[in-house]
Structures are given as structure tokens and as C-alpha cells.
Unconditional design. Structure first.
Length: 580
């Protein structure tokens, strides 16, 4: 089977990995002169992409055609004959569209000291020994997103700004201010937020901002706490949004698949277009982060394989775990007024903001349609990508949103809510209050993949718990239902990759192990545990025993990377074959 992937970014490469592991021939058509997409432009992602791509680069079944694009196609007996610009034509039985996203260009805002997040990334690249003098810097979120021209949330700007703050603080120690609408972080990123707040990073919730640049810096005027405030910065970094690739329009004309009103491909089934034999992944679907681009790349290829083979056998299905999303829509509808409070301070529960944001808005909208008075007070509202449309629709339907600014808090006394700010106090009455804390028990004592796997593990293995368990749905990461089957096919793709890989596992000589724990500390997969063994002591007289720790390798978690062998001071960890 010949499969064409249009787009050589991280999602397209992810799709190719699964298809190559199942011994299909894959052709990647990349418009630029090198694969990589947006990841290739980001200093701290470039190496990760290269490592990922190098795993398949020399596969004999892979062909990469660079510097061209699709200009025409025709259907021939169920297959496709695709014409490339200046490169003749190729034949394909199936196609995956992975054309990626395009960064917004804020031409009307940029200057010498007002720069985009990508420009700032290049500035603080570790290859640059010297940095410009920066004593005070501002990060401005949602530039080119959540507006009239482009209403979607880009899903990545907040997260990426958080990482740029981390990279900044690793090199210099300026005063940092973040101007935001909402902080749409995900998973363990909320712990990073807390760390940065504790380190003195200033967060300001302000929608209205005006920039005035001169040779020495930038003045920002913004509205906060019922007044206009002015502040001065050396640099301002615009966290730019991600828009659909304009190439999707021409591809839709060539192949006939449908785009939605926002310029993304319309799914008729998960990861599948409305043209038989054409699938979709990554930024061609909607704005998404690297983790989801990889997930949907795995998913699009496994969806393609499922359609070809009529499903998957029990060997694959038995490794995939799913938990139904709990129904929290059990609120009585016979009252007149409702208050929803979306806020919590504990970062270990903030990862559930996305799930409860959408759930609360859906419930509030239904109540509003019944003629009820509904208000949602938010400390944070996490509605990424198409979720922003649900939020805007709820506002139009009559749901009142009150977004707490920094320093404001909600107090409740006798069915009356008081919002305390730095100056004024806002109050309103309600018949029923629903809060984040009401649902804490849903999340306690559960094992969610995003809580127990590190950020690098989740990025490159987005559904994998260990080699026997791959999660999708609520137990992976609670969020919108549209992701459920995308995650399922992504999990299938990961299982296929894991089953197909021929790994060499380390052998550990337990009788010579000193129990120092160096291997355990070095293992990125937490695949080594220390087990206490009883050992007889060679002494005269009564028999004595001592207890000593011995390293034990868990093969169901081990990926065979070899780090343990490289750090063992006693040289007791070995491989059956030498490293190449």
C-alpha cells in the first residue's frame, strides 16, 4: 500500500512512523526545503524533532519530496494520481493531510522592541552567547487569537509563553509581567505557573492594551482595577496565535474535501475527511500543541489502517484503557438563579479546568435557554481551540461571565456572592451555587495519565502509561468529547509502534549490584526500582543476615534507551548486543 502524507511537520512524521512500522510505503511531500514545520523554527524543539525524525529517516520504504506542492489530482480505480509542481506525479492508495499551522503576523504592532514569540525565541537561543540588556520584559498573550477576525483560541500561546519565561530565567533575571485574558495551561503546566508566581513573575488580567514604542523601550497602557495604568518595559513579546495553513484551501479544491468556516478540515469521522481515502492530522484539524499533533498523527495512520483492515485484533484492544466521562449535569432546574464558580488554588486540580470549563458552560447555557438567570464567575476559563466558540455562544445566549482580576476573590454569605477587589465590592444573589470544589471527589484517588507522566513522556508518548497500558478519554486527560476517538486511534498507533519495535533490554547482575541507585535516578521512564534483598553475612558464630537494596528493571516500562548502563559505576548493567 502506497500512502502519501502532505506535510513534513511533527504530525506528518508521526503518521509516517506508524505506517512504516506496518511495512507500508510512505511518501512525504513537504513544501519547504526541509521537514520540521514549526518545531524546526523553535530553538528548544528543534533537537527533539530531529531525534524523532532520525528514527525513520533511513527507512527504505520512506520517500521525502521537498520543495514542492500538490497542484492537481485525479481518482483512478479508487487510488489517487497526484501531480506535483515541477516534480511529475506520484500514485497513492491513501492520503493523510498534515499541513500544519501558520503563525499570525502582527505587522501593525511589531517594532524593534515589540517582537513576536518566535523572534524572541531566536533571541534567547542558547547558541547566542550574548543577549541584549533586558531589565524588564512583558509577555502579551492572545495576539491574533480570540478576536473578531479569528475567534478561535490557538491552544499553545499560553503554554509556549510559560516555557519562554523558563528559558529567560535560566539565562537572565529580568522583571517579568504577563498580560493575559485567561491562562489556558494544561496538565502539569499549572505547577510551572505557581513556581513562576512564587519567583516574582507578575500576572495581570487585562484585555485592553495599548503600546507606545520608542528607541529605549515600550510603554504599555492597560485597563485594570477600574482605571488606566501605564508601565514601561525594555521589550514586549507578542504571543502570536496559530492560524490554518492557506495551503488547505488549494488542497480542498484539488481533492474536494470540505473546510469549515474557520479554514480547517471538517471531520466526518474522527481524523477522516468527507472524501473516502483521505485522512487528516495535526494543525489541519484545529489549533493544537505538539502533544496533540503527535497524537493525531499516530491516530490518522491507525484510522487509515483500521479502514483498510476492518478494525484491530484483541492483542491491540486489550492494551487500551478507557473510562467514561462522568455526567455532572444533575443540577435541579426548578430554581430562578444560578451561580457557577470556576476557580481553585490547588495546582494539582487545575488540570481539570478544561473539563469543568466546558461542563459548566454547557449546563449554564441549557439553564439560560429555560429562562433562568445564570452567572459564571471565573478565576480561569480554559476553552482551547473550538471551545472558544462555545464560550462566545453562551455569552450571546445570555450567560453572564465575570472574570476575576488578579487580587480579586469571591466570598459567599447567605445566598449572596461578594466579589472583593482592591477598591469596589460587587454583590449578587442566587438560588443555587455550583463550584469547582463540588467536583473534587471526581478527581481524587484516580490515576490520570497527565498527572503521573512527565511533560517529555507525554509529548512523545501521548497515551502510554507503560508497555501494557495505553489510555484515552477521561482517564488520560479530561476534556472535550470530540477528542475521545482521536485519542483512541492515537493509542492504537502507539500500541502498534510498541508491538513492532524490536527492543534490546538491559541485563543486570544483581549479585554485583551495590544498590547505589544511580540507574534509578537516571532512568527517564521510571523503569528501575530498588528492591530490598536479604543477604547472609559471613561471620563466625550465629547466622546473621543483612538487608541491602538491589536494582530491578521493569521491562513493561523500559524502552531500552541505555542510560542506566551508561551511569552504572559498578558496570553491572549490560546489553546482549553492543550499542551502535
Amino acid at each position: 500500500m502506497n500512502i502519501l502524507i502532505i506535510g513534513g511537520g511533527i504530525s506528518g512524521i508521526s503518521a509516517a512512523k506508524v505506517l512504516l512500522k506496518t511495512h507500508h510505503k510512505v511518501t512525504i511531500v513537504e513544501k519547504s526545503e526541509a521537514p520540521g514545520g514549526l518545531m524546526e523554527k523553535i530553538a528548544n524543539c528543534r533537537i527533539g524533532f530531529k531525534t524523532f525524525y532520525d528514527e525513520i529517516r533511513d527507512d527504505p520504504n520512506l520517500t521525502v519530496i521537498k520543495g514542492t506542492c500538490v497542484i492537481d489530482a485525479e481518482r483512478v480505480n479508487g487510488s489517487f494520481k497526484i501531480h506535483l509542481e515541477g516534480q511529475g506525479h506520484i500514485d497513492a492508495d491513501r492520503i493523510i493531510i498534515s499541513s500544519g499551522l501558520v503563525p499570525y503576523d502582527p505587522k501593525h504592532l511589531k517594532g524593534k522592541r515589540i517582537i513576536t514569540s518566535l523572534e524572541y525565541d531566536a533571541m534567547i537561543d542558547q547558541k547566542n552567547v550574548e543577549l541584549p540588556e533586558i531589565n524588564k520584559i512583558a509577555f502579551v498573550l492572545c495576539v491574533g487569537s480570540r478576536g473578531n477576525e479569528y475567534p478561535l483560541c490557538s491552544s499553545v500561546c499560553c503554554s509556549y509563553s510559560l516555557r519562554e519565561i523558563k528559558w529567560t530565567l535560566q539565562r537572565i533575571k529580568p522583571e517579568i509581567t504577563v498580560f493575559y485574558n485567561d491562562l489556558r495551561f494544561f496538565g502539569q503546566e499549572f505547577y510551572m505557573e505557581k513556581v513562576f508566581r512564587d519567583a516574582g513573575v507578575n500576572f495581570i488580567r487585562a484585555n485592553s492594551r495599548y503600546f507606545d514604542e520608542d528607541e529605549n523601550g515600550v510603554t504599555i497602557r492597560y485597563y485594570n482595577d477600574n482605571r488606566i495604568i501605564e508601565d514601561r518595559f525594555d521589550y514586549v513579546v507578542l504571543s502570536i496565535g496559530l492560524h490554518p495553513n492557506p495551503e488547505l484551501k488549494s488542497l480542498s479544491e484539488v481533492f474536494g474535501f470540505t473546510l469549515n468556516e474557520y479554514g480547517f478540515i471538517k471531520e466526518v469521522e474522527p481524523l477522516k475527511t468527507d472524501i473516502e481515502g483521505i485522512y487528516v492530522s495535526g494543525g489541519a484539524l484545529e489549533p493544537m500543541n505538539i502533544k496533540d499533533a503527535i497524537l493525531t498523527g499516530f491516530g490518522a495512520s491507525s484510522k487509515c489502517l483500521s479502514d483498510l483492515n476492518g478494525g484491530f485484533d484483541d492483542t491491540i484492544e486489550n492494551k487500551i484503557s478507557y473510562e467514561d466521562t462522568p455526567d455532572i449535569d444533575n443540577i435541579p432546574v426548578d430554581l430562578n438563579s444560578y451561580l457557577f464558580y470556576l476557580g481553585i488554588d490547588d495546582p494539582s486540580f487545575k488540570m481539570f479546568y478544561e473539563f469543568l470549563s466546558e461542563s459548566f458552560i454547557n449546563i449554564a447555557q441549557k439553564l439560560c435557554e429555560l429562562g433562568k438567570n445564570v452567572c459564571i464567575v471565573t478565576q480561569n476559563l480554559v476553552m482551547p481551540s473550538y471551545g472558544e466558540l462555545l464560550y462566545e455562544n453562551a455569552r450571546r445566549k445570555g450567560v453572564i461571565f465575570v472574570h476575576l482580576e488578579e487580587g480579586q476573590s469571591l466570598k459567599v454569605e447567605n445566598s449572596t456572592a461578594y466579589i472583593h477587589g482592591q477598591k469596589d465590592v460587587l454583590s449578587f444573589s442566587f438560588d443555587k451555587m455550583v463550584s469547582f470544589n463540588d467536583y473534587i471527589e471526581l478527581f481524587k484517588n484516580k490515576e490520570f495519565l497527565f498527572q503521573y507522566r512527565t511533560e517529555p513522556q507525554i509529548r512523545w508518548n501521548p497515551t502510554k502509561w507503560d508497555r501494557k497500558h495505553f489510555f484515552y478519554g477521561f482517564c488520560r486527560y479530561p476534556r472535550s468529547e470530540r477528542w475521545k476517538m482521536r485519542e483512541y486511534f492515537g493509542a492504537v498507533g502507539e500500541v502498534i509502534l510498541d508491538m513492532e519495535e524490536e527492543r534490546v533490554y538491559p541485563t543486570l547482575s544483581e549479585e554485583r549490584c551495590s544498590g547505589c541507585g544511580s540507574c534509578k535516578d537516571a532512568c527517564p521512564q521510571s523503569a528501575i526500582e530498588m528492591i530490598v534483598h536479604e543477604k547472609p553475612l559471613s561471620v563466625f558464630g550465629p547466622n546473621f543476615e543483612t538487608r541491602e537494596p538491589i536494582a530491578h528493571i521493569k521491562e513493561d516500562v523500559c524502552v531500552g534507551c541505555g542510560l542506566c548502563a551508561s551511569v552504572c559505576p559498578s558496570d553491572v548493567i549490560s546489553y546482549e548486543v553492543p550499542f551502535k
